[in-house]
Write a protein that binds this ligand. Structure first.
Ligand code: 5GP
Length: 187
């Protein structure tokens, strides 16, 4: 299950909220060259890599997908996906639209794509400002990027408007449960 959303949409909060209540699914931990934010834990939130380590792993062909987002690189390891398939566990990937596109091409309909949309652009701007994690310039860049991402939401299987954390969580959970009941997924 691939969840994409512009930053400030509440994707991480939402995914963390619903995961404990769904058995058999785990969150994919991505690699990134972005420095850790306060409170982020190496190996849990992200695997934080130096540029040269990322380059090396890229050259070794270890990424199933990777993308440059806001000046840093982010990638999902092939091993992360292979391990979850081996354990017959679903994987929830919180990745950007470029990564979603790459994995969709590789995995076809096995990858279920979900776009989490902010209730309005005004609200998105308000959330980005309130978050206060970034400089003004960074905030503007994230907002512009968000507009580009939102323009691509029609290529996703599902769109959830995150106007309430509780409702959006219920919807995400319902999508996961329903997808598992698809005829072609029952052995
Ligand atoms: P942040 O720095 O706010 O944690 O994440 C920035 C963006 O990078 C978000 O849109 C997030 O979904 C995306 N991202 C995180 N991990 C990955 C990944 O492994 N691959 C791709 N393509 N995007 C990622």
């Amino acid at each position: 299950f691939i969840v994409s959303a512009p930053s400030g949409t509440g994707k991480t909060t939402l995914c963390r909220r619903i995961l404990p209540s769904i058995p058999g699914i785990e969150r994919s931990v991505s690699c990134t060259t972005r420095p850790p934010r306060e409170g982020e834990v190496h190996g849990k939130d992200y695997v934080f890599l130096s540029d040269s380590d990322f380059d090396r792993m890229l050259a070794q062909g270890r990424f199933a997908e990777w993308a440059q987002v806001y000046g840093y690189r982010y990638g999902t390891l092939k091993k992360t996906i292979a391990d979850s398939l081996k354990k017959s566990r679903d994987l929830l990937l919180e990745i950007d639209v470029q990564g979603a596109y790459t994995l969709r091409k590789q995995f076809g309909a096995r990858a279920v794509t979900i776009f989490l949309s902010p209730p309005s652009l005004k609200e998105l701007r308000r959330r980005l400002e309130k978050r206060g994690k970034d400089t003004r310039k960074m905030m503007e860049a994230r907002f512009t990027q968000a507009l580009e991402e939102i323009a691509q939401r029609a290529s996703y299987d599902y769109i959830i408007v995150n106007d309430s954390l509780v409702d959006a969580g219920e919807k995400l959970k319902a999508i996961i449960i329903a997808e598992r009941c698809r005829r072609n997924k029952i052995p």
